[in-house]
Design a protein around this ligand. Structure first.
Ligand code: GLU
Length: 492
């Protein structure tokens, strides 16, 4: 017998921007589908209209696109499938596996308060459901009348009493829970919309989902979902609950606040909510690096190679290698991955990314591409390519204090004058310039160290940057001379 073709889904609720944890869930689903030759679908779980945030759905789709995680079909939206859920809840109602509950908010609040006053918790289930305001204890006509009179009601799941619910999870193994501890969850709300649990199970079944891969926070729902499958007589999919992603210090779930505190984003791209927040894209992280790094949060391939492209990851991924222990988010590690991916990327492509992020860039494109090639080995973000090559396009506006201390010494002025006269002499060739300056100044009795430092500070503004000769070859002798003249007038 052949196995059913793998079909997985990412099912975000549009209640805000897609968090890095959500990207990881989408990625693992996508990788699993691709590794197994199956399908990856996206389903927007938007039945909770009160919590919906405008723009979130679009943001989620755009973020996935940026990450290269593409669905095999157009996303489906639960809010457009109300009739389907209603048909399905009728099946459960008919079989007595669900019931109408007319209890008002006030009645339920009273019941809750009453229990709380005794230090107990109110649970709507088999213990009390036969004495509450629902179709299990009201007679049929009365129920019909209430519905006709448009009295508010919800539909609840009649959770079986005293049965052992066996659950199975690829990451965490098997476990079981006594159903009498569970409550009779609402399946359809008073506004006629299904709850997350109900729509989620119905859709997973109707979409032919074979594996549900989602965050650990949904583990407590697994027993209810398993019971719903049983109630319908459906075979339940396989489950894999992914471990939590924690803040860098290992304390608590990775949060936007912790990102803000530690200076890193938690969203893939810019979120234009009430307050605009930058994403990884805007700070210069490449999608390939983000995907490579987050693939390591809870999973590790057999092989030791760390830098992997999305298509390599597709070939390696396996759910069996997902671990149950939480992973700490480490921004420095992400930057390291980004650095490695920058080295692997063609300069043309880096130029394209840079131009996209810096729309106001009016540098000569050919020169910018050369500059990228010169500085990329020092860059851990794409934006740094920009910062690191700034001095290749313009002389320093100011000079770094510490660096100045090293060059404002006796002889400094003479070194500078030698630099200027060599740069201005027509016979001078840019490619040999640094060696010539060095030789000429050494002949005058200055140390090689002082000469090189002076030239660097004059050209760059500080004691950092790429090889000096490369700088001079790039900017040309005319520019080198004017930078040196500027320094002479400002510093000596
Ligand atoms: N809508 C749920 C969420 O926002 C989906 C959970 C699941 O995958 O079952 O995470």
């Amino acid at each position: 017998m052949t196995n059913k073709k793998v079909c997985v889904r990412f099912a975000p609720s549009p209640t805000g921007p897609l968090h890095i944890g959500g990207v990881r869930t989408a990625l693992f689903n996508y990788l699993y589908a691709k590794k197994s030759g199956g399908k990856f679908l996206v389903r927007i779980e938007d039945t909770d209209k009160k919590r919906e945030v405008s723009g979130a759905e679009n943001y989620i789709i755009e973020s996935l696109k940026w990450c290269g995680i593409e669905a095999d079909q157009e996303p489906r939206r639960q809010s457009e499938r109300k009739d389907i859920y209603n048909e399905h809840v009728l099946l459960l109602l008919k079989e007595g596996k669900a019931y109408y509950a007319f209890d008002t908010e006030e009645e339920l609040l009273k019941l809750r308060e009453n229990k709380e006053s005794k230090g107990e918790v109110f649970i709507y289930n088999w213990r009390n459901r036969n004495s509450l305001n629902n179709s299990l204890c009201l007679d049929e006509k009365e129920v019909q009348k209430k519905i006709e009179n448009k009295e508010k009601y919800v539909v609840r799941f009649r959770c079986p009493r005293e049965s052992e619910v066996k659950t199975s999870d690829i990451v965490r193994g098997d476990s079981s829970i006594d159903s009498s501890l569970l409550d009779d969850k609402i399946l359809v709300k008073a506004d006629g919309m299904p709850t997350y649990h109900f729509a989620n199970v119905v859709d997973d079944y109707l979409m032919g989902i074979t594996h549900v891969i989602r965050g650990e926070e949904w583990l407590p729902s697994l027993a209810l979902h398993t019971l719903l499958y049983e109630a319908f007589g459906w075979k339940s999919p396989k489950y894999a609950h992914l471990p939590l992603i924690l803040n860098p210090n290992g304390k608590g779930k990775l949060s936007k606040r912790s990102g803000e505190k530690n200076g890193f984003p938690v969203f893939p791209i810019r979120w234009k909510g009430e307050k605009e927040v930058l994403g990884f894209k805007e700070i210069g992280i490449m999608p390939e690096a983000l995907v490579n790094y987050i693939s390591t949060l809870g999973w590790a391939p057999d092989e030791t190679k760390e830098i992997l492209s999305l298509s390599e990851l597709k070939g390696l991924f396996s759910l069996e290698k997902v671990v149950s222990s939480s992973a700490n988010f480490d921004f420095e590690k992400l930057k390291w991955y980004n650095h490695q991916h920058i080295q692997k990327t063609q300069n043309d492509e880096l130029l394209r990314i840079l131009q996209n992020t810096k729309k106001d860039c009016n540098y000569n494109v050919v020169k910018l591409k050369v500059a990228i090639g010169l500085v990329k080995e020092r860059a851990s973000t794409v934006n740094e390519l920009w910062e690191l090559s700034e001095y290749l396009f313009a002389g320093p506006n100011s000079y770094d204090e510490k660096s100045l201390k090293k060059i404002l010494k006796p002889g400094g002025k003479q070194i500078l004058e030698t630099i200027i006269s060599l740069a201005d002499s027509e016979s001078e060739q840019a490619d040999l310039f640094v060696e010539r300056v060095k030789k000429s100044c050494v002949d005058k009795g200055f140390s090689a160290g002082q000469i090189m430092m002076t030239l660097r500070v004059v050209l760059v503004g500080a004691l950092h940057g790429i090889d000096l000769q490369e700088i001079v070859s790039f900017i040309g002798l005319k520019d080198a001379s004017s930078r040196a003249k500027e320094a002479l007038s400002k510093l000596f």
